[in-house]
Write a new protein. Sequence first.
Lengths: 292, 388
Amino acid sequence: MSILVDRSTRVVVQGITGREGTFHALRCKEYGTRVVGGVTPGKGGTTHEGFPVWNTIAAAVRAEGANCALIFVPPSAAADAIMEAAAAGVGVIVCITEGIPVAEMVRVKAFLGRTASRLVGPNCPGLISPGKAKAGIMPGHIHKEGPVGVVSRSGTLTYEVVHQLTQRGLGQSSCVGIGGDPVNGTSFVDVLGLFQADPQTEAIMLIGEIGGTAEEEAAEFVRARVTKPVVGFICGQTAPPGRRMGHAGAIISGGKGTAAEKMRAMEAAGITTVRSPADMGVTVARVLARKG
Amino acid sequence: MKIHEYQAKSILTEFGVPVPRGEVAETPAHARAIAERLGGPVVVKAQVHAGGRGKAGGIKLAQDAAGAEEAARQILGMTLKTPQTPPEGIRVLKVLVEEASPVAAELYLATTLDRARSTHVVMASQAGGMEIEEVAARHPERIVREWADPALGLQPFQARALGFGLGLSGDAFKAGVTLILDLFRLYLAKDCSLAEINPLVLTRDGRVLALDAKLNFDDNALFRHPEVVALRDPNEEDPLDVEASKHGLNYIKLDGNVGCMVNGAGLAMATMDIIKLAGGEPANFLDVGGGASPEQIENAFRILSSDPSVRAVFINVFGGILRCDRLAGGVIAAVRKLGLRLPVVVRMEGTNVELGKKMLAESGLNFTSADDMGEGAARVVELARGAA
């Protein structure tokens, strides 16, 4: 098994006629994902790079049973795109877009709470279940099917850990980028729960960063509910307070949200923490070997 | 994005939040003219994007217009250093001259995002004038909080609860409740990340006034607020930061001597961390974006190399789909064009890695290739030491 996406997933791409949307729709399809088409309002009925285009998500759901939406629309329209997908009953919504105003995400999150849809992101690389399907912008070829679940707030740092794992012959069950914004859809806790329940996943790699309390909540959840070994890394150990480190959510404010605090919370919860990002892969290999 | 107190107060006024009468001045003579118009005692306040101004000598009380002129003479041009300014301080170019208010009580009021609850929170406290973090640490019971409904916003009953929490009564209570609702309206309308009034004062004649004001804005929402962008003060920003943001680069200057150029914010932070673990100090955070295009590489090099403390550069790019030969070509072209002599350690992952490495090795320039980020960090720290 895997989590969130697999061979039966039917992806519809919102913003498919844009540059990013086109490029990544093709890459996802190449990876073997069933990309059923895309949505660009006003271009319904046309074909783009071999993909059918609809005016609305509801039409894509009716025509092709789309159950996963992958969003590339610009920040000013992305919140609306998320709600459209949720209103059409799409189960998994992956929003790649970076730069959505936080006040809009507050409203979107409340809206999603009244639907059965799950949002991953925004401002994230998306998700992949190696060997099965990819709904995201990560390079597919660095991944390998296997036992490690990866969850992260970062993009390229996730590719780094995947690369380290694959080089050691350790594959991944699923990799989920939850995104670097202060208000997002799926949390560490949600993904940890899914990995705990997933029979393919034998160990979990969690990559956090400074700012907020999502890692502390994850640590508490691991302590109470996760029996699989978890390895944790927090980036931003050297980040100065009060400065936003690239991601909207990566900021130490009022002395809160430091890497040291988060590492302490993880260690107290029995998570194996890694200080150097070069040691992530080797540490996962070690805890898996110990588990036997 | 941050703005000045006088700018924040002008926005507050637009939304009906009462503030003391006052105007901004850039010369002592202008400060005197304003004080004459206001009549009576005034407060002269340095306008910089940092708190802690009072203790640092940036706020002075003057009894009359002559005193205001003298206070402005002392404050204008001074370099203000507070715990919130950069270590070298900020030069004061403007002062706000305001009527002095007869203060009966100093209160605190702010609205911001509560990340853990994914909605907006309004906080009020009778312990005004202090840093709210300090109050939260020492007297958490003295802070009253109300969370706004994400769809419906702050309701009047919540504003009343906050008003009672502030200890207000009678006409001041009514004015306070209106003020709280107006502040929340402003916070949403302008896409603030923080709207803070500290202190909010109750005057001896029973009025409620925003004596100080701080408005910070959500950078992601600036595209729909040109009127806010227009308030940007380049004097308050690091010129390198400004140059970087023009090119869509995320750059933050730090104190070390190892320059970093990385694609992606998380990997950029992790690269700083690993430099520190290798015994070095990062000179900066620099995210060139996921794609790391040749133009971006050149812009990034220009910014990095204008920091004189940089002794060696570490390029850590995890391309994935990115072609390493193209990246190497971009790096070589940028170094040639800018005539850089600094040692550069390059760690790249993606397609055509071997070709990329070969191009770097054969360029005749000062490049070292590393196979992984641990090795790269160790090499660059060594080179920075050797060059220092």
